[in-house]
Structures are given as C-alpha cells and as structure tokens.
Ligand binder design. Structure first.
Ligand SMILES: Cc1cc2nc3c(=O)[nH]c(=O)nc-3n(C[C@H](O)[C@H](O)[C@H](O)COP(=O)(O)OP(=O)(O)OC[C@H]3O[C@@H](n4cnc5c(N)ncnc54)[C@H](O)[C@@H]3O)c2cc1C
Length: 401
C-alpha cells in the first residue's frame, strides 16, 4: 500500500443516490471499513462513505495490540500486518515523575494509520462494497424517512453538492465527532468533564528512538506515546489537558515540555511537523442503536487511549454488528437495537472499565510510576494486567465472522 496514492471513489454521488442500499456505513476508519467489508462479503449491497480522501492521517498511537491482531486473523486479514511493513512491539517503557519502568509485551505491532486504514478500505472495496470518499454523512431524523429506510444526506467536502441516499440500515462509525451527524432527538452525546484532547504527528527525520518499543511519558498534564513505524518514521501521539496545550502555545511545545519533564531525549524539529488534533476524547453517545441505525467504534464512545485499545474495540464491534445488521436489512425489529446494546456491553464494557481505571491512574503520575516500578520489578504481577488489556485468545472466542 502506497500511502501517497489516493483511493478513487467507486461510484458518483448521483449513482449512490439512485438506489436503496442494504447498508450505508458512515466513516471508513477501522470500525466502518471492516464492517463494510464483512457485510459486503455476506452479499449485502453496501456503501461506505467518508468525509476524507484516503489515505488520510489520524491522530493515533498506531499500535495494534494482540486483541486487534487476533481480530484481523479471525477475518483472514492478518497478512495486512506484514504487507504494510509494520514493526513488531516487544517493550513498553513508561517514564513518569523521574522514574522509568518497563514491561515486556507478548505481541502487538506498530503501523501508520494512514496505511492501515487505507488498506482496510481497499479490502472493503475488494469484497464488493462501494466507496465514496469526500462525502460528509448526516442521518436525517426518523420522521423524515420513508417506511423501511433511513435517509442520509451526503455533502461534498467543499459543501457545494448535497445528495440524499436511502438505506435499509445505517452503521454510524464516524469516530469521535460522529454525534454531530446523528439526529439530536434520537441520540445524545455526553463529553466527560475535563476530558483530554488528542494531538499527533508523524516525523520522518532521524529521532534516536529504537523500533519495537512504545515509549510513554506520563506527567500531570497528560502523556505522550512515541513509537517507530514502518521505515524510519516516528509516530508521536499525545493526550493532554486542553489548557496545557493552550498555555504551551501549541502541541509541539507541549510535547517537548512533557518529554523534558519525564526525562526522555528531545526530538528535533517538532515544531515543523504537521500536527493534527482531536475533539475531547472521553465521551459516549446513547443509545447505541436506534431505528435502523447502529453505532460502533469511537462513535459509540471512548475512554482515554492510554492502553491503545481503540482499534481493537473498533474491529471487534465491526465483526459483532454484522449478524444484527443482516437481520435488520431483511426486516427491522426494535429488539435489534436492544440486542446490539447487550452485545456491545458483553464484548467491550469489561475492557473499557479496565482502561477507565488505568486512565484515572495515569492522572496521578506518582502513583502510576510507583505501581509500574513494582510491576517491572516483579513481572509476574504485570501478566494479568497485560493479558486483560491485550485480550487473551480465550476472550476473543466468538469474534470470527
Ligand atoms: C492520542 C491517541 C492515541 C491513540 N493510540 C491508539 C493506539 O496506539 N492503539 C489503538 O488501538 N488505538 C489508539 N487510539 C484510539 C484509536 O485511534 C481509535 O479508537 C480508532 O481510530 C477508532 O476507530 P473508528 O473507526 O471508530 O474511528 P476513526 O478511526 O476516527 O474513523 C472515523 C472516520 O469517520 C470519518 N467521519 C467522521 N464523521 C463523518 C461523517 N459525518 N461523514 C463521513 N465520514 C465521517 C472520519 O473522516 C474518519 O475517517 C488513540 C487515540 C488517540 C486520540
């Protein structure tokens, strides 16, 4: 996959509007692209739309944990990891309040999100899904939809053209900001008080960090994760208090200050990197499904990304939603919404609870560094935690398509 080659749309907006789709997937991140692929493989007429052109950058640590790798394996996409030239991960080093602690990782890999997401979109297209990039999707209120269908308004990136598309079901997989494109009378979004924001950049210059290790600097104001991607690129991803970024006059200075405080080597030319930011991270939208609409991935909700679980959750939800979406395509039944909420909780709530606890812990760096110190001196203590975050194979049973 060449990250500089744009993936063309497979149809025009007018052609997309000319029929009723079985499934319309809004958002071509890992959640949306994999769900579109799996639905298309079942024979469902599937349209995948994204407001961005692909490949596109994404603020993310770029780490696939064991759980994410096993989901890819379950759907026959484990080859992507090798094809994309991803870097196996062996160590997790945390620097906090002047201390350093290291844990050995059983598995995991680092890959640029531009390449991973584009590869998943190409897999969806290869499976038969139609792909329309540069189209912002807004689900119209139920009252404005004809019987048996949901209506989605697609607006071109420059806002000049609007098309109306009909679908039997809609998968809402638009990531953190997706609540804006769902009807307010049917879905409510809650953003946690003092939620942190994400910032990130990929640096091509020499940086002195070795591949195979996640370096994490944790301080009171937030944390920065550094990892080598394919080639010599360094992925920098951080979650900060918004006020700290403002006080530092931007993400580059905020990252530099945090690395210095934590005792990590400085990175040259941070200020000339192309930085991107996110909306506040910790949030959820409810309900998780409404009439002919299922939410998945970050669109459903997210906790701080310290443990690098987000892609695994997105991929897990993408697989889990397919049987219910299939039923909804044939005939919508309001119990499908309740079943999705139960299924989502069953598969993800436990993991999200652990991550919430860890995220709360890293807001107290001294406590976190003492704990990590203990875990690294007695590694056997760390195993249950790493297994819990990484997803033991047993816990993934039932994840296949
Ligand atoms: C700082 C940081 C570090 C992280 N590190 C890791 C990590 O190392 N490992 C990990 O597993 N997770 C990590 N995460 C979390 C991970 O990035 C997300 O959980 C993951 O990207 C969720 O995938 P998704 O498909 O739900 O959404 P996204 O990847 O956000 O994709 C959503 C897509 O929807 C599109 N979209 C949005 N709205 C619309 C619309 N209205 N119409 C059309 N298209 C739309 C967007 O353009 C985007 O392409 C990190 C997150 C942050 C912020």
């Amino acid at each position: 996959m060449d990250a500089s080659v744009t993936i063309p749309s497979t149809l025009t907006p007018a052609a997309a509007a000319g029929r009723t789709w079985d499934a319309l997937v809004i958002g071509a991140g890992p959640a949306g692209a994999l769900a579109a692929r799996q639905l298309a493989l079942t024979g469902a007429e599937t349209l995948l739309v994204d407001r961005a052109e692909f490949p596109r950058p994404k603020v993310c640590g770029g780490c696939l944990n064991g759980h994410a790798l096993r989901v890819l394996h379950a759907v026959g996409l484990e080859r992507l990891v090798g094809q994309l030239g991803s870097r196996p991960l062996r160590r997790f080093e945390v620097y906090s309040a002047g201390r350093r602690a290291g844990l050995t990782l059983p598995d995991g890999t680092a890959v640029s999100r531009a390449r991973l997401d584009a590869a998943l979109v190409q897999e969806a297209i290869a499976a038969g899904a139609a792909f329309l990039p540069g189209a912002n999707g807004i689900v119209l209120p139920r009252a404005e939809c004809p019987q048996g269908r949901r209506v989605v308004e697609l607006t071109s990136a420059h806002g000049r053209h609007t098309t109306v598309v009909y679908s039997r079901i809609v998968l809402a997989a638009g990531g953190l900001g997706h609540s804006r494109s769902l009807p307010a009378g049917e879905f409510r979004s809650h953003v946690a008080h003092k939620s942190r924001i994400g910032v990130g950049a990929v640096l091509a210059e020499p940086h002195g960090y070795e591949p195979g290790t996640i370096h994490m600097a944790v301080q009171r104001q937030g944390y920065v994760g550094l990892v080598c991607l394919e080639g010599a690129a360094l992925n920098v991803a951080a979650a900060f208090d918004a006020e700290f970024v403002k006080r530092s006059h931007g993400p580059a200075a905020a990252v530099a200050e945090l690395l210095r405080e934590a005792g990590l080597p400085s990175i040259p030319d941070l200020s000339s990197a192309a930085w991107a930011g996110t909306l506040p991270l910790t949030r959820h939208t409810r309900p998780l499904a409404g009439n002919r609409v299922f939410l998945l991935g970050d669109a459903a909700g997210y906790v701080e990304p310290f443990t690098g679980e987000g892609i695994a959750w997105a991929l897990t939800a993408a697989l889990a939603v397919v049987p219910l979406a299939r039923e909804g395509i044939v005939a919508w039944d309001r119990h499908l919404a309740r079943r999705w909420m139960a299924e989502y909780r069953r598969r993800l709530s436990g993991r999200q609870r652990v991550c919430r606890l860890i995220a709360a812990g890293v807001r107290r760096p001294r406590m976190a560094s003492s704990l990590l110190g203990a875990l690294s001196s007695v590694p056997v203590l760390a195993r249950p935690l790493i297994e819990r975050i990484n997803g033991s194979p047993a816990r993934l049973q039932g994840c296949g398509s």
